[in-house]
Design a protein around this ligand. Structure first.
Ligand code: NAD
Length: 374
């Protein structure tokens, strides 16, 4: 049975801790010690753009554990919030920007990477400005609101000769790496039958339910993880999708987007799956069954406590800090000039799939997924 996601409970505890730290921050000395870099390595400076939940509760704490990068700067529209962060993390005033001044990061050698953690509808603008400032960029998921914006982001980074990583933290985590290994070794045989779901119950209306800032609803925010898991184990993007929205239980919250969406994906080698995403239900699992065995992750997408099993038994999944692993991997890509394993092209591919799913939901038809490349 799928297990309810524990993400929200975990987040509530984490948020309470971080909020207490930020509220009580009076001097830089209250900042916990950073991890030292490995011998012969230097740490790259990261500036976080958007100091909301994910930056506050996950990324800033993770930057205490990173070995190859450190929190060097911030971009915030709130002077009071920026002041608190400066005190808590010992960030110098010269490394504090707002949305009007962030282009000046171009002149700041202390900042190597700009991490875009704003609402989805702002990812394209902030990523392009970061690239034009000559900085490497991490952009949170989903990459943008549409494929055209993804194209502009990729081209801006290519032109500026900077690297671009999309914030799919699960690629750096043993549970989802097992899905990729299964695909590579064809461990379960083919075809695969998959199912998966990811969602939480939203309490009130926020930007995540608006077209302008989110570009959709739970599919953009939570369903994208399920799309990712399925593409990992299939080793490819789907060729076609169908989709249907459930009747809305709380139409007052979901007047601009779906509340719960169910969709299918067909893959070229005959694999297929049925999937669900919701802002009305706490859920988070992924399963695949083939002629030679099966795999299940449940909970599958949480920050901590991902568990899994295959037909051979329980998977050993270390409880690492996924965000620290993701940021350190990107820093290593920059320092060693190696390819990013979650590049903009992957975020763009997911946007092609999501676009097809929304079209299928709107028209009721089976929709072929566009596979153009840039
Ligand atoms: P949030 O609402 O808590 O924070 C958003 C931040 O953006 C706030 O500081 C807000 O002030 C700022 N902002 C700037 N311009 C804004 C505008 N015009 N409207 C609204 N806010 C504006 O959201 P969050 O949960 O921190 O999510 C931010 C990004 O991080 C999203 O892209 C989200 O998908 C992503 N995220 C990723 C994960 C993950 O596991 N990878 C988890 C949570 C969030």
């Amino acid at each position: 049975m799928p297990q309810p996601s524990t993400r929200r409970d975990f987040l509530a505890r984490l948020a309470a801790g971080s909020a207490a730290l930020l509220a009580g921050a009076t001097t830089a000395s209250c900042a916990p010690a950073e991890s030292p870099p490995p011998p012969g390595r230097r740490k790259l400076g990261i500036a976080l753009v958007g100091l909301g939940h994910y930056s506050t509760d996950l990324l800033a704490p993770a930057l205490r554990e990173t070995r190859l990068c450190r929190l060097a700067g911030i971009v915030s529209g709130s002077p009071a919030k920026a002041e608190r962060w400066m005190r808590l993390y010992g960030i110098p005033k010269a490394n504090v920007y707002d949305y009007a001044t962030m282009d000046r990061i171009a002149d700041n050698p202390d900042i190597d990477i700009i991490y875009v953690v704003t609402p989805h509808g702002l990812h394209a603008e902030h990523t392009i400005r970061a690239a034009k400032a000559g900085k490497h960029v991490i952009c949170e998921k989903p990459m943008a609101l549409n494929v055209a914006d993804c194209d502009a982001m990729i081209l801006a980074c290519r032109e500026a000769k900077v690297k671009l990583q999309i914030g799919y933290r699960l690629h750096y985590h043993a549970g989802h790496q097992e899905l990729t290994r299964i695909a590579r070794d064809r461990d379960l045989g083919l075809p695969l039958t998959m199912d998966g779901a990811n969602g939480f119950r939203a309490g009130s209306k926020g930007w995540r339910m608006t077209q302008k800032l989110a570009g959709g609803g739970p599919l953009m925010d939570m369903g994208v993880y399920v799309v990712q898991a399925a593409c990992c184990i299939a080793g490819a993007a789907p060729v076609a999708v169908t989709a249907k929205e459930d009747p809305k239980a709380r139409p007052e919250l979901f007047d601009e987007c779906e509340e719960t969406l169910r969709w299918t994906m067909e893959f070229a080698e005959g694999s297929s799956g049925t999937f669900m995403t919701s802002f009305n239900e706490g859920v988070g699992y992924f399963r695949a069954t083939g002629p030679q065995g099966d795999v299940e992750l449940s909970p599958a997408y949480s920050y901590r406590g991902v568990r899994g099993r295959t037909h051979r038994g329980a998977l050993t999944i270390p409880n690492i800090n996924q965000q620290a692993a993701q940021m350190d991997a990107f820093a290593a890509n920059i320092l060693d000039d190696t390819p990013v394993i979650v590049p903009g092209e992957m975020g763009r591919r997911d946007m092609q799939i999501i676009t097809a799913i929304y079209e299928a939901a709107r028209t009721g038809r089976r929709v072929e997924v566009s596979h153009t490349t840039i």
